[in-house]
Write a new protein. Structure first.
Length: 357
């Protein structure tokens, strides 16, 4: 290569390298700014509504109806979730043996009554004869004893008839109070024995929850007997009554608190869980987000966060539900902006990324 050619190519190569370097340092395309989304600013917690305690709903009036006599199930008049009225027929059992017992006891009573009538007549005659001194005192005593025995036999026959009638009544199982059928354990045609469960009934108008609190917290609730209950369906209600037990559990040293629920429609099912909060027992308080703003991906809860006109999906750790809102234990801070419509946020994010290509 001649010196002249080298001098010509050197500036050209330098320019080419400079151009290549400038192209390699070009920034990657950034997504277009996100605008037009409905958002909200996360507010600082205004103070806790009380520390949450897990409890189980239980019915104050609940009855497990069992067979009191043996027999075969003839009919089951009500099924699960059916309302029932006090005294309403629920289950009918066969009464062949029981009715036979009633008939036998009734016949025995008639025989005992007839024997008593005869014994009474004999006693009257002997009393008259005794007054005329035609019979001895020992004979009168024997007749009096026979009369008393006949009266006792009549009373025993009456008792046996009442018992047989009770056994016959046991073949019809009736509702002990107004309520709802919670469980059904038998079907028509099955044979049952005394003690076998038939139906379970509870009264939905009287429900309660019992939770165990440390002694210091229980004392605070005793001074301020108020509570709020949050159910799994999102409803939150105030307690109708709060009762703090007067003594502690000797094993756990905790004190039970009974929370009476108001009448609700629909009512929570006995056995379902709920969270009870006592305003007297303070908690730290957490930011709240509407449930409609949350995204659930498998087992992960998240929300779209808008920062510097850019969207990102951020994982959250959620706490208790409070009506239509949910506590956020971690993942979001007061003052941050989140999208209230996750579907619209996803569409806006996809459009922004497409516009950056």
């Amino acid at each position: 290569m001649t010196p002249e050619l080298h001098r010509i190519r050197a500036p050209w190569l330098a320019a080419l390298l400079l151009s290549a370097c400038s192209h390699s340092q070009d920034p990657a395309p950034t997504p277009a700014p996100i605008t037009g989304l409905q958002t909200l600013t996360v507010a600082a917690p205004s103070g806790g509504l009380g520390r949450p305690w897990d409890g189980v709903v239980e019915a104050v009036q609940q009855a497990d109806l069992s067979a009191q006599t043996s027999g075969r199930v003839v009919a089951v008049e009500r099924d699960v979730d059916d309302p029932v009225s006090q005294g309403e027929l629920l289950v009918r059992l066969s009464a062949v043996e029981q009715q036979s017992g009633v008939n036998s006891a009734r016949a025995a009573l008639r025989a005992a009554e007839a024997a008593l009538v005869e014994a009474a007549a004999t006693h009257r005659r002997f009393v008259e004869l005794s007054e005329r001194q035609f019979v001895s005192q020992s004979q009168l005593d024997q007749v009096s004893a026979a009369h008393d025995a006949a009266a006792a036999a009549r009373d025993a026959a009456r008792a046996r008839l009442a018992d047989a009638g009770q056994q016959a009544d046991y073949t019809t199982i009736r509702a002990p109070f107004d309520g709802i059928v919670a469980a059904r354990h038998v079907e028509p045609g099955e044979s049952v024995a005394p003690g076998q469960p038939l139906l379970s009934v509870f009264a939905p108008t009287a429900l309660r929850i019992e939770v165990s609190l440390p002694q210091s917290d229980a004392q605070a609730v005793r001074q301020q007997p108020e509570a709020r209950i949050a159910f799994g369906d999102g409803r939150e209600v105030a307690a109708a009554d709060v009762i703090v037990f007067p003594s502690a559990d000797p094993a756990t040293h905790s004190i039970k608190v009974r929370v009476q629920l108001p009448e609700l429609s629909p009512w929570p099912l006995p056995g379902s869980t709920a969270k009870v909060r006592f305003p007297a027992v303070a908690d730290a308080g957490y930011p709240l987000l509407p449930r409609s703003a949350l995204v659930r991906r498998g087992e992960v809860d998240a929300v779209y966060v808008l920062q510097a006109q850019e969207l990102s999906l951020r994982q959250l750790r959620l706490g208790a539900e409070r009506g239509e809102q949910v506590e956020v234990i971690s993942g979001i801070a007061p003052g941050e902006t989140v999208a209230t419509d996750p579907v619209a946020a996803l569409q806006a994010l996809q459009q922004a990324r497409a516009g950056a290509r």
